[in-house]
Design a protein around this ligand. Structure first.
Ligand SMILES: NC(=O)c1ccc[n+]([C@@H]2O[C@H](COP(=O)([O-])OP(=O)(O)OC[C@H]3O[C@@H](n4cnc5c(N)ncnc54)[C@H](OP(=O)(O)O)[C@@H]3O)[C@@H](O)[C@H]2O)c1
Length: 237
């Protein structure tokens, strides 16, 4: 059965791989990012019909509400929501600038809260599924990533609490925590060197994360899960 799925951060990287897999499975996909042209280009590249590309800054609640109001009016209720919009401004805490700390928390943590809140308005009547993208460093911590890992650890607590809040309304909420994945976010890292710490000895591909995201969206008896997709990196951190 074809569903309506919204992927925040769907224009590039992990979110784009999720959008592609969702579309290949026959679902209609709404690709959202700040850059409208990039969101449109990804939406147009997807197999199948009925996909949309929209611009929205996830850290602005009014922007997020506007997206869902428009969508529900024009396309009906949302079935799937994936929160893959995220940024990193990594630095030791003593060197972190407050504006970077605030934008990291606004985008990665508050942004996902805004999208979930807005999506729930349409999911509560007929059920749905949400997957938030966390990180292995939210689970294990990492020097030089205090703020980023806090945003992802917060997302983990939020995911579990929301799963409890909405389960009785047939809305499922889980979190995928990737390790090092080859995207723009990790473009500055030298894979050969960084892979030494990863038990599987390589970075993951966005498609490998997407597989787990789709599994969680489509598994009707799974909720409140945190699934690491990290080549075993959590074993080494
Ligand atoms: N790559 C990794 O190794 C890794 C590991 C663990 C977790 N993650 C997490 O996985 C998620 C996706 O990461 P990625 O590696 O795919 O990153 P990416 O390639 O940099 O893509 C980030 C996506 O988020 C969008 N975005 C960023 N800020 C936004 C905002 N304020 N509002 C709306 N959209 C926004 C970007 O589009 P615009 O710039 O056009 O807005 C883009 O589509 C992030 O949450 C990241 O923290 C990544």
């Amino acid at each position: 059965m074809s569903r309506l799925g919204v992927v925040f951060g769907g224009s590039r990287g992990i979110g784009q791989a999720v959008a592609q897999l969702m579309a290949r499975k026959g679902h209609r996909v709404v690709v959202v990012s700040r850059n409208h042209e990039a969101a449109l280009a990804t939406a147009q590249s997807l197999p199948g019909v009925g996909h949309l590309g929209l611009s929205c800054d996830v850290s602005r609640e009014q922007d997020v509400q506007r997206v869902f109001e428009t969508l529900v009016r024009t396309h009906g209720p949302v079935d799937y929501l994936v929160n893959a919009a995220g940024i990193n401004r990594d630095a030791l805490l003593l060197r972190s600038r407050s504006e970077d700390m605030i934008s990291t928390l606004h985008t990665n943590l508050l942004g996902s809260m805004f999208t979930c809140k807005a999506a729930l308005r349409s999911m509560l009547s007929k059920g749905g599924a949400i997957v938030n993208i966390g990180s292995v460093v939210g689970v294990k911590g990492n020097a030089g990533q205090c703020v980023y890992s806090s945003s992802k650890a917060g997302l983990e607590g939020f995911t579990r609490s929301l799963a409890k809040e909405v389960a009785s309304r047939s809305v499922r909420v889980s979190l995928v925590a990737p390790g090092l994945i080859r995207t723009d976010m990790t473009a500055d890292l030298r894979e050969e060197e960084a892979s030494q710490r990863i038990p599987l000895r390589r970075f993951g591909q966005p498609e490998e994360v997407a597989q787990t995201v789709l599994f969680l969206l489509e598994s009707p008896y799974v909720t409140g899960q945190v699934v690491l997709v990290d080549g075993g990196l959590h074993l080494a951190l």
